[in-house]
Ligand binder design. Structure first.
Ligand code: ADP
Ligand code: MG
Length: 421
């Protein structure tokens, strides 16, 4: 089937109810419909799922979607099923299925009913499944969260490395890889490991013009500094990220004592408490959530007005993801990070227990964070450059939205009197 023969706008409306494609979706879909290997790099929330869901729904055969998280797959399957009158239009294939369920999935695929088959990478290595999939019509293979294939990404999954080998056994099917990780190193790794250096690449801009970036030197007054900042943003929603659970608890308490409605969130709290604190934040029963990086995946609160990093993150990738939770609605988003070289040393010490290869990658990523914190140039330019994007720091959108541009100053030095908190 050729993309010229189908009115994809009509199909978009029919299946998803949208009248327009978002960003590069249309070009991506056309590329895939033309059977080209396709690589998509878009920030979180950019609309990557639709890039494979729509082509899957309108083509013959079944599209295989590889995704790392069972919860994510289940969500997507439920969403797709709600668009169709047939439950069998989408299935998940994983180790938790009974024999009867597996038989049903196979039946629906064979009959041509199933348009999207979600599989965890480890299930796709099962010989039984591969043998079955070899003998049915596969429209294409989508690798979501494709950065999982790279050790330079933030979520390396060794099973992703086997995908190329398995896809080859399925015959000549196009591949679409999708990720929100924009660093050139990770991109290279993805293309190489999926053996698709011929892929047509579509990369959206990672610029978030409504976010204001600021780095402050961390001193012993950090707590009162944070309290003052929050009081200047009275009644606004914000997230404070800390490195350790202990620090999360301590800061949440300090804020509460100072009359700020705040709750802690970290993996050491029981599931019930975590869910309650998250809901309180979403429902605006509290203004601030103090959290470890355990908080935020899939959180879609549009009016988060500030994200504070009490401690520096371990990579600029994480920093971008975490600050990216501010200003989703396009309104103000203030991203404030506290920096001290002592924290860098602390992170390095954490890493020293890891295998050498991992350590080296960890140190290299951390050095970029240090360079970002210490730079005197446009922070937006620095960040986007890290993602392989050239930003015009004079005329670009959001060019004056950082401390270095508004108040040019000399390098932030790691000063000796900073107190280890
Ligand atoms: P990503 O995987 O890139 O993070 P998603 O695929 O989860 O993003 O999509 C983010 C949101 O954008 C979803 O709520 C989705 O329904 C919405 N969306 C996707 N495409 C469109 C479109 N063409 N028009 C309007 N909303 C869209
Ligand atoms: Mg996605």
């Amino acid at each position: 089937m050729n993309s010229n023969e189908i009115d994809i706008h009509k199909e978009l409306k029919k299946y998803f109810g949208f009248s327009q494609f978002k960003g590069l979706q249309e070009q991506v879909i056309k590329s895939l419909l033309n059977k080209q290997n396709t690589f998509v790099i878009m920030p979180t929330g950019g609309g990557k799922s639709l890039c494979y869901q729509l082509p899957a729904l309108i083509q013959e055969g079944t599209a295989i979607v590889v995704s790392p998280l069972i919860a994510l797959m289940k969500n997507q399957v439920d969403a797709i099923r709600s668009l169709s009158s047939e439950n069998g239009v989408a299935h998940v294939l994983n180790s938790s299925l009974t024999k009867t369920e597996i038989a049903q999935v196979k039946k629906d695929i064979t009959s041509g009913l199933t348009k999207l088959l979600y599989v965890a990478p480890e299930s796709l290595t099962k010989e039984e499944y591969v043998n079955f999939l070899k003998n049915v019509t596969i429209s294409f293979v989508a690798i979501d969260e494709a950065h999982c294939i790279s050790e330079w990404g933030h979520d390396f999954r060794p099973e992703y490395r086997n995908l190329k080998h398995i896809i080859k056994q399925l015959g000549d099917v196009p591949i679409i890889g999708l990720t929100a990780t924009a660093t050139p190193k990770v991109q290279e790794d993805i293309l190489k490991n999926l053996d698709m250096t011929d892929a047509t690449t579509f990369k959206a801009s990672f610029n978030r013009p409504n976010l204001y970036y600021e780095v402050r030197t961390k001193t012993k007054n950090i707590e009162s500094d944070i309290i003052r900042f929050i009081k200047q943003h009275k009644g606004k929603s914000g997230i404070i990220y800390c490195l350790s659970r202990k620090k999360v608890e301590a800061i949440a308490e300090v804020l509460q004592v100072n009359g700020i409605s705040a709750v802690p969130y970290h993996a050491g709290l029981d599931a019930k408490t975590r869910a309650r604190h998250q809901d309180m934040f979403l429902m605006e029963d509290v203004d601030v959530v103090v959290a470890t990086i355990a908080f935020g995946m899939g959180i879609d609160k549009p009016d988060v007005r500030f994200v504070i990093h009490h401690d520096i993150p371990k990579s600029l990738e994480s920093y971008y993801q975490e600050t990216g939770r501010a200003g989703r609605d396009g309104g103000e988003g203030h991203c404030l990070a506290y920096y001290s070289y002592k924290d860098v040393e602390k992170l390095e010490k954490f890493m020293s227990g890891k295998p050498v290869a991992e350590q080296e990658i960890g140190f290299a990523l951390l050095q970029e964070v240090v360079a970002y914190a210490e730079t005197s140039m446009s922070r937006r330019r620095f960040l986007l450059h890290y993602f392989g994007e050239e930003f015009d720091d004079v005329n670009g959108e959001g060019a004056d939205m950082d401390d270095n541009v508004r108040n040019p100053k000399t390098k932030v030095e790691a000063i000796d009197q900073v107190v280890q908190l």
